[in-house]
Design a protein around this ligand. Structure first.
Ligand SMILES: [Zn+2]
Length: 296
Protein backbone atom coordinates (compact mmCIF):
# COMPACT_ATOMS: atom_id res chain seq x y z
CA UNK A 1 0.00 0.00 0.00
CA UNK A 2 1.29 3.43 -0.86
CA UNK A 3 2.49 5.53 2.02
CA UNK A 4 0.41 8.60 2.70
CA UNK A 5 0.66 11.13 5.50
CA UNK A 6 -1.58 9.18 7.78
CA UNK A 7 0.41 5.98 7.41
CA UNK A 8 3.71 7.83 7.80
CA UNK A 9 2.51 9.25 11.11
CA UNK A 10 1.23 5.84 12.26
CA UNK A 11 4.57 4.24 11.41
CA UNK A 12 6.45 7.00 13.22
CA UNK A 13 4.36 6.60 16.36
CA UNK A 14 4.80 2.84 16.26
CA UNK A 15 8.56 3.35 16.03
CA UNK A 16 8.57 5.90 18.89
CA UNK A 17 6.57 3.47 21.06
CA UNK A 18 9.13 0.72 20.49
CA UNK A 19 12.02 2.97 21.55
CA UNK A 20 9.96 4.72 24.22
CA UNK A 21 12.19 7.75 24.86
CA UNK A 22 11.66 9.37 28.27
CA UNK A 23 14.00 12.35 28.32
CA UNK A 24 14.05 15.80 26.68
CA UNK A 25 15.79 16.29 24.33
CA UNK A 26 15.07 12.87 22.94
CA UNK A 27 18.28 10.83 22.59
CA UNK A 28 18.20 10.13 18.87
CA UNK A 29 20.99 7.56 19.23
CA UNK A 30 18.30 5.32 20.73
CA UNK A 31 16.36 5.51 17.48
CA UNK A 32 19.45 4.66 15.43
CA UNK A 33 20.24 1.78 17.75
CA UNK A 34 16.75 0.38 17.25
CA UNK A 35 17.68 -0.11 13.57
CA UNK A 36 21.24 -1.14 14.32
CA UNK A 37 22.28 1.93 12.33
CA UNK A 38 25.57 3.78 12.66
CA UNK A 39 25.54 7.61 12.68
CA UNK A 40 28.44 9.05 10.76
CA UNK A 41 28.97 12.83 10.53
CA UNK A 42 30.76 13.72 7.27
CA UNK A 43 32.82 16.85 6.69
CA UNK A 44 32.76 16.72 2.87
CA UNK A 45 29.08 17.49 2.21
CA UNK A 46 28.06 20.73 0.50
CA UNK A 47 26.12 23.39 2.43
CA UNK A 48 22.78 22.38 0.86
CA UNK A 49 23.27 18.68 1.55
CA UNK A 50 21.91 17.50 4.88
CA UNK A 51 22.78 13.83 4.68
CA UNK A 52 22.04 10.41 3.26
CA UNK A 53 22.06 6.77 4.25
CA UNK A 54 23.35 3.58 2.73
CA UNK A 55 23.50 -0.09 3.57
CA UNK A 56 26.72 -2.05 3.73
CA UNK A 57 27.00 -5.70 4.79
CA UNK A 58 23.46 -5.55 6.10
CA UNK A 59 24.17 -2.54 8.29
CA UNK A 60 22.63 0.91 7.83
CA UNK A 61 24.92 3.92 7.86
CA UNK A 62 23.39 7.36 8.38
CA UNK A 63 25.61 10.22 7.25
CA UNK A 64 24.98 13.75 8.44
CA UNK A 65 26.62 16.99 7.41
CA UNK A 66 29.13 17.64 10.19
CA UNK A 67 29.10 21.36 9.29
CA UNK A 68 25.39 21.65 10.14
CA UNK A 69 24.24 22.75 13.56
CA UNK A 70 23.64 19.88 16.02
CA UNK A 71 19.85 20.28 15.92
CA UNK A 72 19.91 20.10 12.13
CA UNK A 73 21.96 16.91 12.30
CA UNK A 74 19.47 15.42 14.76
CA UNK A 75 16.71 16.12 12.27
CA UNK A 76 18.77 14.58 9.48
CA UNK A 77 19.27 11.36 11.45
CA UNK A 78 15.52 11.09 12.05
CA UNK A 79 14.78 11.92 8.40
CA UNK A 80 17.13 9.17 7.21
CA UNK A 81 15.55 6.74 9.68
CA UNK A 82 12.26 7.60 7.97
CA UNK A 83 13.69 6.61 4.58
CA UNK A 84 14.73 3.27 6.08
CA UNK A 85 11.55 2.53 8.04
CA UNK A 86 9.11 3.73 5.36
CA UNK A 87 11.13 2.16 2.56
CA UNK A 88 11.08 5.40 0.58
CA UNK A 89 14.09 6.03 -1.66
CA UNK A 90 15.82 9.39 -1.29
CA UNK A 91 14.92 12.14 -3.71
CA UNK A 92 17.53 14.58 -2.47
CA UNK A 93 19.30 16.90 -4.84
CA UNK A 94 16.13 18.17 -6.52
CA UNK A 95 16.33 21.21 -4.26
CA UNK A 96 18.22 22.21 -1.11
CA UNK A 97 17.01 20.51 2.08
CA UNK A 98 15.57 23.69 3.53
CA UNK A 99 13.39 24.53 0.54
CA UNK A 100 9.72 23.55 0.52
CA UNK A 101 8.90 25.01 -2.88
CA UNK A 102 9.52 21.85 -4.91
CA UNK A 103 9.93 19.20 -2.25
CA UNK A 104 8.80 15.75 -3.44
CA UNK A 105 6.03 14.09 -1.41
CA UNK A 106 8.30 11.26 -0.21
CA UNK A 107 10.68 13.84 1.26
CA UNK A 108 7.83 15.68 2.99
CA UNK A 109 6.64 12.39 4.49
CA UNK A 110 10.14 11.70 5.81
CA UNK A 111 10.18 15.18 7.38
CA UNK A 112 6.84 14.47 9.04
CA UNK A 113 8.15 11.18 10.35
CA UNK A 114 11.29 12.92 11.62
CA UNK A 115 9.27 15.57 13.48
CA UNK A 116 7.28 12.82 15.21
CA UNK A 117 10.55 11.28 16.43
CA UNK A 118 12.12 14.54 17.58
CA UNK A 119 8.96 15.83 19.22
CA UNK A 120 7.17 12.69 20.42
CA UNK A 121 3.54 13.30 21.28
CA UNK A 122 3.70 12.01 24.86
CA UNK A 123 6.68 14.19 25.77
CA UNK A 124 5.87 17.21 23.63
CA UNK A 125 2.12 17.67 24.01
CA UNK A 126 2.12 18.47 27.77
CA UNK A 127 4.94 20.99 27.30
CA UNK A 128 3.25 22.60 24.30
CA UNK A 129 -0.09 22.78 26.08
CA UNK A 130 1.29 24.72 29.03
CA UNK A 131 3.38 27.13 26.92
CA UNK A 132 2.17 30.62 26.20
CA UNK A 133 1.06 31.25 22.61
CA UNK A 134 3.90 33.01 20.79
CA UNK A 135 6.76 32.38 18.42
CA UNK A 136 9.10 33.01 21.38
CA UNK A 137 7.46 30.15 23.28
CA UNK A 138 7.93 27.94 20.19
CA UNK A 139 11.61 28.95 20.11
CA UNK A 140 11.89 27.94 23.73
CA UNK A 141 10.32 24.53 23.05
CA UNK A 142 12.56 24.13 20.00
CA UNK A 143 15.61 24.79 22.11
CA UNK A 144 14.57 22.34 24.80
CA UNK A 145 13.80 19.59 22.28
CA UNK A 146 16.75 20.56 20.07
CA UNK A 147 14.60 20.82 16.99
CA UNK A 148 14.13 23.60 14.43
CA UNK A 149 11.60 26.38 14.98
CA UNK A 150 9.78 25.23 11.82
CA UNK A 151 9.37 21.60 12.90
CA UNK A 152 8.49 22.64 16.44
CA UNK A 153 5.95 25.22 15.27
CA UNK A 154 4.07 22.79 13.09
CA UNK A 155 4.03 20.14 15.80
CA UNK A 156 2.95 22.78 18.31
CA UNK A 157 -0.10 23.75 16.24
CA UNK A 158 -0.96 20.11 15.67
CA UNK A 159 -1.04 19.10 19.34
CA UNK A 160 -2.42 22.05 21.33
CA UNK A 161 -6.08 22.23 22.27
CA UNK A 162 -6.57 25.95 21.47
CA UNK A 163 -7.69 26.98 17.97
CA UNK A 164 -4.39 27.86 16.34
CA UNK A 165 -2.41 27.50 13.13
CA UNK A 166 1.26 27.61 12.22
CA UNK A 167 2.03 28.51 8.63
CA UNK A 168 5.27 28.25 6.70
CA UNK A 169 5.53 30.34 3.55
CA UNK A 170 8.34 30.48 1.04
CA UNK A 171 8.72 33.17 -1.61
CA UNK A 172 5.48 34.70 -0.35
CA UNK A 173 3.39 31.56 -0.86
CA UNK A 174 1.98 29.22 1.76
CA UNK A 175 3.83 25.89 1.59
CA UNK A 176 2.52 24.25 4.66
CA UNK A 177 -0.11 24.99 7.29
CA UNK A 178 -0.50 23.00 10.46
CA UNK A 179 -3.74 23.46 12.40
CA UNK A 180 -4.99 22.37 15.79
CA UNK A 181 -7.99 20.05 15.95
CA UNK A 182 -10.34 22.87 16.90
CA UNK A 183 -9.54 24.66 13.65
CA UNK A 184 -9.81 21.47 11.62
CA UNK A 185 -13.19 20.71 13.14
CA UNK A 186 -14.33 24.20 12.14
CA UNK A 187 -13.00 23.65 8.58
CA UNK A 188 -10.67 26.62 8.91
CA UNK A 189 -8.68 25.73 5.82
CA UNK A 190 -5.52 27.50 4.68
CA UNK A 191 -4.83 26.25 1.16
CA UNK A 192 -1.23 25.49 0.20
CA UNK A 193 0.14 27.60 -2.67
CA UNK A 194 -1.99 30.49 -1.44
CA UNK A 195 -0.20 33.81 -1.82
CA UNK A 196 0.22 35.44 1.57
CA UNK A 197 -3.18 37.14 1.80
CA UNK A 198 -3.50 40.90 1.29
CA UNK A 199 -3.77 42.68 4.59
CA UNK A 200 -2.15 39.93 6.60
CA UNK A 201 0.62 40.85 8.99
CA UNK A 202 3.03 38.24 7.59
CA UNK A 203 3.07 39.98 4.22
CA UNK A 204 4.11 43.24 5.89
CA UNK A 205 6.77 41.48 7.94
CA UNK A 206 8.11 39.88 4.75
CA UNK A 207 8.37 43.39 3.30
CA UNK A 208 10.42 44.52 6.26
CA UNK A 209 7.93 45.61 8.92
CA UNK A 210 8.95 44.93 12.50
CA UNK A 211 7.03 42.32 14.46
CA UNK A 212 7.17 43.47 18.07
CA UNK A 213 3.76 42.22 19.01
CA UNK A 214 0.96 40.27 17.34
CA UNK A 215 -1.45 42.16 15.10
CA UNK A 216 -5.20 41.69 14.84
CA UNK A 217 -6.53 40.52 11.47
CA UNK A 218 -9.89 39.30 10.16
CA UNK A 219 -10.01 35.51 10.23
CA UNK A 220 -11.60 35.60 6.77
CA UNK A 221 -8.43 36.75 5.06
CA UNK A 222 -6.64 33.55 6.06
CA UNK A 223 -9.31 30.85 5.92
CA UNK A 224 -10.97 29.93 2.65
CA UNK A 225 -14.80 30.09 2.45
CA UNK A 226 -14.90 31.32 6.01
CA UNK A 227 -18.28 32.59 7.17
CA UNK A 228 -17.85 32.63 10.91
CA UNK A 229 -16.03 35.96 11.12
CA UNK A 230 -13.85 36.61 14.14
CA UNK A 231 -10.52 38.26 14.76
CA UNK A 232 -7.23 36.41 14.78
CA UNK A 233 -4.01 37.42 16.42
CA UNK A 234 -1.16 37.05 13.97
CA UNK A 235 2.52 36.91 14.78
CA UNK A 236 5.11 36.58 12.03
CA UNK A 237 8.82 36.24 11.47
CA UNK A 238 10.67 36.52 8.19
CA UNK A 239 13.79 34.45 7.59
CA UNK A 240 15.41 36.54 4.87
CA UNK A 241 18.22 34.18 3.77
CA UNK A 242 15.64 31.57 2.70
CA UNK A 243 12.77 33.97 1.96
CA UNK A 244 10.67 31.99 4.41
CA UNK A 245 8.01 33.44 6.64
CA UNK A 246 6.71 31.79 9.81
CA UNK A 247 3.22 32.75 10.93
CA UNK A 248 1.33 31.95 14.10
CA UNK A 249 -2.44 32.54 14.05
CA UNK A 250 -4.86 32.14 16.93
CA UNK A 251 -8.19 33.33 18.27
CA UNK A 252 -7.37 35.51 21.24
CA UNK A 253 -10.25 34.31 23.41
CA UNK A 254 -9.44 30.68 22.63
CA UNK A 255 -12.79 30.14 20.89
CA UNK A 256 -13.70 29.62 17.25
CA UNK A 257 -16.69 31.87 16.48
CA UNK A 258 -19.85 29.76 16.08
CA UNK A 259 -21.21 28.96 12.66
CA UNK A 260 -24.17 31.10 11.67
CA UNK A 261 -27.13 30.36 9.43
CA UNK A 262 -30.17 32.26 8.20
CA UNK A 263 -33.61 30.74 8.80
CA UNK A 264 -36.68 30.94 6.53
CA UNK A 265 -37.58 34.35 7.93
CA UNK A 266 -34.10 35.70 7.32
CA UNK A 267 -33.09 35.74 10.95
CA UNK A 268 -29.49 34.81 11.77
CA UNK A 269 -28.85 32.06 14.27
CA UNK A 270 -25.78 30.37 15.65
CA UNK A 271 -25.34 26.76 14.69
CA UNK A 272 -23.89 24.01 16.82
CA UNK A 273 -20.80 22.37 15.36
CA UNK A 274 -21.14 18.92 13.88
CA UNK A 275 -19.45 16.15 15.74
CA UNK A 276 -17.18 15.51 12.82
CA UNK A 277 -13.94 13.77 12.14
CA UNK A 278 -11.86 15.67 9.62
CA UNK A 279 -9.41 13.84 7.43
CA UNK A 280 -5.77 14.13 8.31
CA UNK A 281 -4.96 17.03 6.08
CA UNK A 282 -1.93 18.18 7.97
CA UNK A 283 1.22 16.22 7.78
CA UNK A 284 1.74 15.96 11.48
CA UNK A 285 -1.67 16.30 13.03
CA UNK A 286 -3.13 14.45 15.93
CA UNK A 287 -4.32 11.15 14.56
CA UNK A 288 -7.87 10.64 13.46
CA UNK A 289 -9.08 7.69 11.52
CA UNK A 290 -9.77 8.76 7.98
CA UNK A 291 -13.04 7.83 6.39
CA UNK A 292 -14.97 7.52 9.63
CA UNK A 293 -18.60 8.26 9.01
CA UNK A 294 -19.97 11.46 10.38
CA UNK A 295 -22.57 11.06 13.08
CA UNK A 296 -25.80 12.95 12.59
ZN1 LIG B 1 15.25 12.46 2.25
Amino acid sequence: MAIDEFRAVLKAREFVRKVNPATIPVPIEMYARELGAVIRPQTDLGPDEAGYCFKNNGKHFICTNANDKPERQRFTVCHEIAHIVLGLPSQHGASPWWSYAKKPLAEILCDVFAAELLLPYDLFQPQAEKSSISLAAIDDLAERFQASATATGSRYAAVVSTPLAFVLSEQGKVRYASRSNQLKDAYAWIPPRLDLPDGCFSKKVRSGAACDSPEEVDAGIWFSDWERGGILLEEARHLAPWDQTLTLLWFEDGEVPPQKFRDDRGEIHEKEDDDNDGLLQELDGKLRWPGKRRRR
